[in-house]
Design a protein around this ligand. Sequence first.
Ligand code: NAD
Length: 502
Amino acid sequence: MNALLPTQFSSNITSLIGGKASSPSGHQLPVFYPATGQQIATLHEADADEVDQAVKAARRAFDTTDWARLPVEKRQELLLAIQAKIIAHADELARLECLNLGVSMRELRERHVKRAAYNFRFFAEYIGQTKGDVYDQTTGYRSVVVREPVGVAALIAPWNAPTALASMKVAACIAFGNTCVLKPSEQTPLALRCFVDLLHEAGVPDGVVNIVNGRGSVTGEALVNHPGVDRISFTGGTETGRRIMSQAGLRLKPCTLELGGKSANIVFASADLDRALDAALVSIYSNNGQQCLAGSRILLEKSIADDFIGRFVERAAKIRIGDPMLDETELGPLASSGHRDRVLSFADIAVGEGAELLTGGKAASLSGDLAGGYFVEPTAVFAKSNSSRVCQDEIFGPFAAFLTFDSYEEAIGMANDTQFGLVSYLWSDHLPTVEAASRDLKSGVVWVNTTMTRELRAPFGGYKDSGVGREGGEASEQFYTEIKTVTTPTRPITVKKIGISD
Ligand code: NAD
């Protein structure tokens, strides 16, 4: 096991405040390697006092240093230096993430860490192109609308893609001149702790990015309720999002919420079916099935269903389950034993609801060190109806539910019949179908004949219970800046005189 750990690895995970690592103290939580079930580190939880110190450090960096007013060229240089630093440490970050999450090294290197580095490049380029508005229609006056950094942001991240998702929040937040306190999931603190060290090595001044580790109920709550926080950016479960928004509302703090999903992957008979099949497998089984944007409900036009499902099941059964450190592995373990048990419970729920179990539905048993890992076979069921729990609950694992439809209206009706509305996948080469469905689907993103292509310039976020607000490009600019109107006369003005009567 120790051979798997990076040389610099510290098994005591603490917080980092004002550029200084906290000393290990406070409540301790075990951190596990999901592929073996072994404890690999201990997290030392930040309590309300430590959270207070972190917010104050961020406040000081914002209010008393030149950080918020740094010239744009300097900020761009720093963001590009961070990108370079992440690329130089890509293996280390991927390995730490793998140890915490069990997603394969290959997927982590090629998707997560690459994306983390690109997030900083993207915002470096973006801030070189921002613009304001000028209004001069009021005769004799010019009003200039400018954007300014807001202050201190609380950035709260989930466990399913810690570095990829948290880096997006940090990059956007600091690109617009803010400071922040980042709170990773208590399950996956390893890579983000290293990531924050790398930011400092790249030149981020002390206090600009602070990190507090601990449970949501302790560290997260203290952060959300801290009066020194000006913005809250949260990615996680829908119920947690509800609670955070209500707490933020009491303090009138704007928040963005990126929440759960139960996305429809609709395949019409007019689609390129080979490509749709490849994509259906990737959309549900990549990231070990643990992704908000998983295509977890696969809706098939009836005429193609038997063949499509037959080929899907054959491929799913051949997915290589195993050691996430090996490049050939396609499906690693789930992130925790509790989560594995929850995902597996849906196989019983499905059967109880009258669904047909097509493949999987069991823990995958591996040998040697991996015998204690939280592996689940790639699972697929044919659901009895869209109202069943396997079609409505976010399972968040390698678990696909198939449904069939006879008409366009039935397909769109089922796709939209969910509390969620994060993304939809649409497969058809018939242009009128594509145009109509792109319009009719109720989700923040519609991916047409493609899978999970994130365009950072475009807003990302969900309809309905999948979220509030958006991230990316202009949406991030609006969230992380205050807007100010400065009105100036363009010629000498006469001001009405009062208080001059005898
Ligand atoms: P979660 O809601 O349990 O936890 C997310 C984060 O919030 C963690 O850091 C947790 O410690 C913290 N937290 C929990 N309770 C809190 C509280 N009361 N106050 C403050 N912080 C609190 O979610 P999770 O299990 O870590 O992540 C899985 C969920 O995230 C899934 O529902 C998934 O769909 C969603 N997700 C959404 C997106 C998106 O972009 N829409 C992306 C990834 C994951």
